[in-house]
Structure formats: structure tokens, C-alpha cells
Design a protein around this ligand. Structure first.
Ligand code: ADP
Length: 583
């Protein structure tokens, strides 16, 4: 079912409504399509350009922020590494201090060194010397062996605080380190550090010692340790780093995690990832591999030899965010816009092509339909003018031709003119109270006369009580005439039966025009009320301009009414009009 119109609207001026209705787009469809595409492409290009520019600015900002983050993190990591290497070991050495040494409290020293080793896995050996050591430790250091480690126990430690460790001599290493220590340091308490090879392996040795007199002739005590630098490189540093560096590598927020890499002076990797993606911002710091805090020891430090320097590099673990969080959205929006525009443009184009096709058909149709009766008229007039016709029957037959063709011509011209004056119907100037039953009966009578060559029964069922509406009688009669003419025209031969009923229901006059004709194809149904639209039925008796129903609809709507159609191909159609009852 297709319904048009509005309920309850009494008098709406039709003019405004019909004004746009009769117009066609002024731009040609192709130009319209091209204009749409050009506009969309221009908009898209502008959006993409602005988007790229914003992304580049954003990217530069992100890079700068990332570089700063890397700088700060590298600095913090270097500081933390220095602390990890130095401060804690220092605390062990200081804890042993001279008080313990003076008292020669070996069980206490044993306990402190045992826990110091637990805490600082990279320490190879602690060593110790005191002037009160047994004679076999003369000019020899006592190396500490933690509890549980097998080996010689030259000086087992016993006592309430003892951890179960022991001291042993190591002729080669002990003598070497003692000799070195004797050359280092200043008067009184002092710290010293040096790198030296022990058994062909690079080590760092750290000494904390006391000279017993100002002349530096006698050493009073030494506490120190050695670190195997190869071992530290191979695994010790990673274990150490895992403890204190990890939390610093995650800047949080939207920023990516940072990756750390440590290299020795020759560029050999000591810890951390391989170099990540090229082009990422990075920062680096160098630090001396030093196992006590240089700064804090100040005056106590003997001049330091040059020590191994490592390089610490910090960079983002992955590529940075592309800097344009809205990029995808903008791009999708542009693509969507493009698709919508193209779809619209194609739609407009199709509609415009369809309308212009309808218009062309209309012109052809009108000229064809006008030309046929005109040709017949001029032929008949010519024959009559030549006065060759002798028999009165023939003259009568030609006069009938002239009459019939004139009638046909006048009906055609009427319809075309009516189309152009349809909008006057809504103005209400000629409005009056109309008896719908009488109007329908009159129209049916007219159609019977006009449809002289098509034998068809038109059954009119007027209402039991008068049904009155308010409106333009000529326009409304034209509506009913049009529907009846169609019902006759699209009938299927002698079987066709046309019926018209009028009733009042729900405050409205309801007029139904039904036929048992060819019906309307499903594809035509949504379009039959459009101007110039003609359905897919044809034949000599089914000529038309596709204007009848368009006029009907606009007139009905102008009267505040509705129109709908129910139709099935091959089974006929029912057109229903409703109009507000006159009060
Ligand atoms: P025209 O009759 O001049 O083509 P109309 O606007 O009156 O124009 O009708 C539009 C189309 O609707 C017709 O071409 C026809 O296909 C279809 N139509 C209208 N009334 C009927 C009907 N009673 N039965 C079948 N088809 C109809």
C-alpha cells in the first residue's frame, strides 16, 4: 500500500508545496557529480595536510619530551649504579671499622663480612690484615672464606658472634696486594683503589687502611676486597642491575618503556638489549666502575688511578606513539565523507537522469498524442473542403471524426492545462460545500459518455446519508474523473468492472474507486504519483502523460486529504481518497 497526504490539515496552500515539485536541478548531473567530488577531494586534501602538519609538530614535541625523559633516566641510572656499586660495600668496610680491628674481634669481623658477601655478590674476596695477626700472616693478607665454602682454614674463627667463616693465606695474591697497599695511601686512615691483574684476570682492589704512625713506616690495619671485573661483566652486573635499576626504566603515562644497555670502553655489551630501532631518541652517561663513593670519602681518598669507564645508554623500547592520536579518526572521517559524498552524488545523478528521461518521454508523448488527432482533423477537413463527398452518410461519418478528434484534443489539452493550474485548487477562493455522493455520480456519468468505445460497467454506490466536504468542486471532480478514467483505461477488457463507493468514517469522507483491471506492477507502485511517471502497461487505449495521479495527489493533499492505493498485478486496483468532512 502506498499512502500520500496529511490527515486533519484543512487548507494548506498548495503553491508553496508544488513550487519545488515542478522544478528540476539546474546543474547537469555530471557537473553536479564532478562538483561534489572536487569539493570532497579538496576537503580531504586540506584535512590530510593539516593532519600531517599537526602530526609532525606533535612528533617533534614527543621526541623532545622523550629525549628529556631518556636524559633524566640515564642520569638517575648512572647515579643509582654508583650507589649500588659503592655505598653498600662501603657500609660493610666501615662497619668493620677500626674499632673492631683494634679490638681484634675476629668473630665480629667474620659475621660482618659474611653478611657483606651476601649483600654484594660481585665482591670476589674480602681481605684483612692487622698488626696483631699471627706471624704467618706477616706481610701477607688474610683472605676471608665465607661459611660453608671448602678450603684451607688458616685462621678459623670461633666465638659467640662468629658466622662460621675462616681466614686463609694466599701467598701470591696476599703478598702482591700487601705490597701494593704499602705503597698507597696517606698518613692515618685512608682509602685506595687500583686495577691490577691477578692470575691474568683484571681485578679491582679496594683498600681501607691505617698507618700506625705519621711516618708511614708501619701499617696498623687493612680491610679491603677485590672484584673480578670479567666476572662482573659476564653476569654480576645484570644481577646487580635487576635489583635497583628496573623501576627507573618505566616512565609511565603514555610513554613507552625504556631499554638500558651498558657497554665497556671497547663497546662490548655488558648488559641490556641490543640497539633498538634506529632513529629513536636516546641518552647516554659514562661512569667509572668504582666500588665506593668517591665523593663521600673526600679527604680520605688516595689519588685515584684511571679506572675502567662504562657507558650507559637509554632509549625507548619501542617506537614512540606516532604523535597524532586523532590521525586514524580524521582519516576514517575523510574516507567516510568521501564515500557518503560519492553515494549522494551518484544518487542525485541517477535521480536527475531519471527525471530528465521522464521529461523527454513526456514531450515525445505529448507531441505524438497531439499530432494524431490533428492529422485526422486536417485530413477530414481537407476532404470535406474538396466537396467530393456525395453521400450524406459519408459526410456525417467525417463530421463525427472531426467531432471525436476535437473532443480528444480538448481532453488532452485540458489535462495538460489542469496540471499547470492544479496549485490553484488549494487557495480556497472557489471553495464551497460539496455533496460528495452527487459529485461522484456526476463524474461517473461523464466517464460513461467519454468511454464510449470501451464497454465498461461503472457501479456507483452513493452513501445512505449525504456526505459533505469543503473544497473546490471543479478540482475535486477532476480528481474523481481521473481515477475513474484510469480505472476504465487500465481495465482488462470486458471482464473489467469499476465501482465507486462513498462513505463517512472517522470524521472523513472516504471515496473508493476499484477496478478489476491489469493492476500495478510492484516496481511501479511507489512511483505512480510522481509527475511524468508512467507504468509498464501500454496499448493504443492506454495513452497518457503520467500527470493524472500527480494532479490527483496534489489536489487531495491541498484539501487536507490523503490518497492511497492497493493493487496487485492482474487483479485490479483500489484507490482510496479521504477528505475532512465539512462541519
Ligand atoms: P497516465 O495514466 O497518463 O499514465 P497517471 O498519473 O494517471 O498517468 O497514472 C500513472 C500510472 O499509474 C499509469 O501509467 C499506470 O501505469 C498506473 N495506473 C494508474 N491507475 C491505474 C489503474 N487503475 N490500474 C492500473 N494501473 C494504473
Amino acid at each position: 500500500m502506498v499512502t500520500f497526504g496529511t490527515r486533519g490539515r484543512q487548507r494548506t496552500p498548495v503553491q508553496a508545496r508544488l513550487r519545488g515539485w515542478a522544478r528540476l536541478p539546474r546543474l547537469s548531473p555530471q557537473r553536479l557529480l564532478i562538483a561534489c567530488l572536487v569539493a570532497v577531494v579538496a576537503a580531504a586534501t586540506l584535512v590530510i595536510y593539516l593532519e600531517r602538519r599537526a602530526a609532525a609538530i606533535q612528533q617533534a614535541r614527543t621526541d623532545m619530551v622523550m629525549r628529556q625523559v631518556c636524559d633524566r633516566t640515564a642520569n638517575a641510572l648512572a647515579t643509582r649504579t654508583r650507589e649500588l656499586f659503592g655505598a653498600a660495600v662501603l657500609s660493610t668496610i666501615e662497619a668493620i671499622g677500626h674499632r673492631e680491628i683494634e679490638r681484634y674481634n675476629l668473630p665480629r669481623v667474620d659475621a660482618l663480612l659474611a653478611s657483606g658477601l651476601d649483600e654484594h655478590p660481585y665482591v670476589g674476596r674480602f681481605f684483612f690484615w692487622h698488626e696483631r695477626m699471627p706471624a704467618r700472616f706477616a706481610r701477607q693478607l688474610a683472605f676471608y672464606r665465607p661459611p660453608g665454602e671448602p678450603g684451607p682454614r688458616d685462621l678459623p674463627v670461633t666465638g659467640p658472634e662468629a658466622a662460621g667463616g675462616a681466614f686463609f693465606t694466599d701467598a701470591e695474591r696476599g703478598a702482591l696486594l700487601w705490597a701494593r697497599a704499602a705503597q698507597l695511601g696517606t698518613v692515618g686512615e685512608s682509602f685506595a683503589v687500583e686495577e691490577l691483574e691477578i692470575g691474568g684476570v683484571p681485578h679491582q682492589a679496594v683498600y681501607h687502611y691505617m698507618w700506625s704512625n705519621a711516618q708511614r713506616t708501619t701499617i696498623f690495619s687493612i680491610v679491603g676486597f677485590i672484584v673480578n671485573l670479567d666476572e662482573l661483566r659476564a653476569s654480576g652486573f645484570s644481577r646487580l642491575a635487576a635489583r635497583g635499576l628496573e623501576p627507573l626504566l618505566n616512565p609511565g603515562g603514555d610513554l613507552p618503556r625504556l631499554a638500558l644497555r651498558i657497554e665497556d670502553a671497547s663497546g662490548r655489551r655488558i648488559a641490556g638489549a641490543d640497539h633498538g630501532e634506529p632513529g629513536l631518541p636516546s641518552a647516554e652517561e659514562r661512569f667509572e666502575v668504582l666500588f665506593f663513593p668517591k665523593r663521600e670519602l673526600g679527604n680520605y681518598l688516595a689519588p685515584l688511578p684511571s679506572l675502567a669507564t662504562w657507558r650507559l645508554i637509554v632509549r625507548p623500547e619501542a617506537a614512540l606513539p606516532d604523535g597524532s592520536p586523532s590521525g586514524l579518526w580524521l582519516l576514517s572521517a575523510v574516507v567516510l565523507l568521501l564515500v557518503i559524498a560519492v553515494v549522494c552524488a551518484v544518487g542525485v545523478n541517477r535521480e536527475a537522469v531519471r527525471l530528465s528521461q521522464l521529461q523527454a518521454d513526456f514531450v515525445m508523448n505529448v507531441s505524438h498524442q497531439l499530432r494524431t488527432p490533428l492529422a485526422m482533423l486536417s485530413g477530414a477537413a481537407e476532404t470535406l473542403g474538396l466537396e467530393r463527398l456525395r453521400s450524406p452518410e459519408k459526410i456525417k461519418a467525417y463530421a463525427e471524426i472531426v467531432q471525436a478528434q476535437s473532443r480528444r484534443l480538448s481532453a488532452l489539452v485540458d489535462q495538460i492545462l489542469h496540471f499547470h493550474t492544479a496549485d490553484q485548487a488549494g487557495l480556497g477562493a472557489a471553495w464551497q460545500r460539496i455533496d460528495v455522493g452527487a459529485l461522484v455520480t456526476r463524474a461517473a456519468g461523464d466517464v460513461r459518455v467519454l468511454a464510449d468505445r470501451i464497454p465498461v460497467a461503472i457501479d456507483v454506490a452513493p452513501p445512505p446519508r449525504p456526505v459533505a466536504v469543503h473544497g473546490d468542486p471543479v478540482a475535486l471532480e477532476h480528481v474523481v474523473l481521473n481515477l475513474l478514467e484510469n480505472a476504465v483505461k487500465y481495465g482488462a477488457g470486458p471482464d473489467n468492472a469499476v465501482s465507486v463507493t462513498v462513505e463517512a468514517a472517522g470524521g472523513r469522507a472516504v471515496v473508493r474507486v476499484a477496478d478489476r483491471g491489469v493492476g500495478i506492477a510492484r516496481a511501479d507502485l511507489p512511483h505512480i504519483f510522481e509527475k511524468f511517471y508512467r507504468g509498464r502497461v501500454d496499448g493504443p487505449t492506454r495513452r497518457g502523460f503520467g500527470l493524472g495521479l500527480a494532479i490527483v495527489r496534489s489536489t487531495v493533499i491541498a484539501h487536507g486529504g490523503t490518497i492511497d492505493v492497493q493493487s496487485e498485478q492482474g487483479h485490479g486496483s483500489v484507490f482510496t481518497i479521504t477528505l475532512p468532512l465539512a462541519t
